[in-house]
Design a protein. Structure first.
Length: 179
């Protein structure tokens, strides 16, 4: 895992809530392997990043949302069929290709906002639970939790040479209304 500055911001801007790009104060990014253990790594990356940004008090809510977004990407957005090189989707033995990470976590901080975004290779929209579905089920509540613990979320397909989509969640960092 490693950080990446503003180079990752451009493909994420489309579809994000209106934010003045000039006011970005910090950003960090990490590639995640196609294994469920990556969720722990995403939480650790989030903890370190929020501590550096002096936002450790927001860790619990942000980490829960990051965990859900990364889990959804690993569970629903990776191909199940083996790739030509023999690797497969999440939870299966796989080598990590740093030049083609299947899932990437981005954290972006503005003066009054924090955005967590997860990029994955699937063009399919995230699916939310239907109202009549069983909310006591052990799985399927991820986007409900994202909606409950963040101040907003959304997604957009990637354009250009990037394939897939970005699913993002926004957190207000101040009590004042976001511009």
């Amino acid at each position: 895992m490693g950080t990446n500055g503003s180079t990752m911001l451009e493909p994420l801007r489309q579809g994000l809530p209106p934010i003045d790009a000039a006011s970005v104060s910090s950003s960090a990014s990490c590639a995640l392997p196609a294994q469920y253990e990556a969720v722990r790594g995403a939480r650790q990356f989030t903890s370190v990043t929020l501590a550096q940004w002096e936002l450790s008090d927001r860790f619990d809510d942000v980490a829960l949302v990051v965990s859900e977004l990364v889990t959804n990407a690993l569970r629903h957005a990776l191909p199940e069929d083996p790739r030509p090189d023999g690797r497969t989707g999440a939870g299966r033995p796989a080598g990590h290709d740093p030049y083609d990470p299947p899932v990437r976590l981005h954290l972006m901080r503005w003066a009054s906002r924090l955005v967590c975004a997860v990029r994955d290779p699937s063009p399919q929209s995230p699916a939310t639970r239907e109202a009549e579905e069983d909310f006591s089920a052990e799985s399927g509540r991820g986007l409900f939790l994202v909606e409950s613990f963040s101040d907003g979320w959304g997604w957009h397909p990637l354009a250009g040479t990037l394939r897939g989509k970005v699913v993002w969640a926004l957190f207000r960092l101040t009590d004042s209304p976001a511009p």
